[in-house]
Design a protein around this ligand. Structure first.
Ligand code: SAM
Length: 444
């Protein structure tokens, strides 16, 4: 692969004596990894079920290397079940730096396709709230589908400009992640097109855009809150210099040192860089704290309407039919769609919100039909009817293929549980389960 000479000079400046070893690594396979989703399973339970060996990565407590030749991961039953997210190992470093605590509200400002949002949701463990924003509308769809697969219950997906979103939600978040669009130098070993798109001008324009996004992010953060900035590039212009400019322009921020033992140190105590020499394709992460300690801001939620609509009462009946333990959250209908929405959200209009909470069902004439996403975030023990399948069974393969399978339980909507994780549902009748796994997700 022919690397741009200006890029090579920059790498020599950054890596010094290590630069030749870095260039030699272009002949070996890129690193691959997964991050485990604790909303669904623990690493201890998952690892023995995987059809390949996974070894702990140094970048994230629940991050693992997988073999570079592991095939068909996206079609594997455990992937369908949301047990893990396929994520380049070094990309997993940023979420851990947020220092997430129970009940936090976390904003992931540049979120698609959703790797770091999945980690954040896993770290929140079903408490607090994750708000994932992706400005590019057609990328926000992938983000939403990953939200559903991972079983994220207390979350919001939006597609808004960072300045619009962050000024409306000023001071509302405890943690903010900016995993910014960048020149992608950390993608070079696995993606030739990233090399072809690289230019000095592109690096400079990325740096300008990164600073703008970061300045918005600072607004959304509460006093005392933590901001993490990450990129998948090595460039000092986009990394260290953007950090310095941000600290100059936002005196309300202070550097927050990174003590986590990964990557190589940079000239800044609050930033670390990972290169293939440290076992990842390439990432940079910097951490900040917002000065002060006043509590996060609260907005009054829009008032509830008095009387339940038909849609809402049919939705509630449906929930009672499916659940032993009813899900918490506010019930709300928009048109024919029935949602369960986290409490305490601000006014959402004008914020490009694509999904708040969970789509629970949809009216079909006078009937409420449950939605796939209602089941993916349900704990098996909360459901009245389930079918338990092993990820390696022929019945599991048949279900993910969209076929009918046997069911011996009582008739009705039934959760399909794969190795302990609710993955979808069907309707049991006459000993057969009518498959409701969405057509677009089925293995073909
Ligand atoms: N955090 C994501 C993950 O872990 O899956 C990856 C994010 S990617 C590095 C950066 C994202 O920023 C892209 O999805 C891109 O569409 C989005 N983006 C592009 N221009 C932007 C802008 N001006 N403001 C905010 N986000 C932008």
């Amino acid at each position: 692969m022919e690397l741009p000479s200006e890029y090579k000079s920059e790498i020599r400046r950054i890596l010094k004596d290590d630069a030749d070893r870095y260039f030699e690594l272009f002949d070996s396979a890129p690193f691959r990894g997964i991050s485990v989703n604790r909303l669904k399973i623990t690493p201890e339970k998952l690892l023995p079920l995987l059809p390949f060996e996974a070894t702990l990565s140094p970048f994230y407590a629940d991050g693992f290397y997988i073999p570079s030749d592991a095939e068909g991961i996206g079609r594997h039953a455990l992937h369908h079940a949301g047990a893990f997210y396929v994520q380049e190992p070094s990309a997993s470093c940023a979420a851990g730096l947020l220092g997430i605590e129970e009940g936090d509200r976390v904003l992931d400002l540049c979120a698609a396709p959703g790797g770091k949002s999945s980690q954040i949701a896993s770290l929140l463990g079903g408490t607090g709230l994750i708000w994932s924003n992706e400005v590019v509308k057609n990328r926000a769809g992938v983000l939403l589908s990953n939200f559903e697969r991972m079983g994220i219950y207390s979350g919001v997906v939006s597609s808004a400009r960072p300045d619009v979103l962050c000024s409306a939600l000023e001071g509302w978040f405890d943690r903010v992640l900016v995993d910014a669009p960048c020149s992608g130098e950390g993608m070079f070993r696995k993606d030739n097109s990233a090399v072809n798109e690289w230019s000095r001008e592109h690096v400079c324009s990325c740096a300008v855009r990164q600073l703008e996004i970061l300045k918005s992010a600072v607004l959304a953060l509460r006093e005392g809150g933590v901001l993490v900035y990450s990129t998948c590039t090595f460039s000092e212009e986009e990394n260290e210099m953007t950090v310095s400019r941000l600290l100059e322009e936002c005196p309300e921020l202070e550097p927050y040192d990174i003590s986590e033992p990964f990557g190589r140190r940079t000239s800044l105590a609050n930033a670390a860089r990972i290169t293939p020499l440290e076992g990842g394709e390439g990432h940079f992460a910097a951490r900040f704290k917002k000065r002060g300690n006043s509590p996060r801001r609260e907005f009054t939620s829009p008032a509830r309407r008095g009387k339940q609509s038909d849609c809402e009462s049919l939705g509630e009946e449906m929930l009672k039919d499916i659940f032993v333990d009813l899900p918490s959250g506010r019930r709300m209908c928009i048109g024919d769609k029935f949602y369960i929405v986290p409490e305490g959200l601000p006014e959402l209009s004008g914020l490009g919100v694509i999904r708040a909470g969970v789509l629970a069902g949809e009216m079909h004439g006078r009937r409420m039909e449950p939605a796939h996403s209602l089941f993916t975030c349900a704990k098996p023990s909360s459901l009245k009817r389930t079918i338990e399948l092993s990820s390696s069974s022929p019945e599991c393969a048949a279900f993910l293929h969209g076929e009918e399978i046997d069911c011996s339980g009582e008739p009705g909507y039934t959760g399909v549980v794969i190795d302990g994780m609710t993955t979808g549902f069907g309707k049991c009748s006459g000993g057969r389960l009518k498959n409701k796994y969405p057509k677009g997700l089925r293995n073909c």
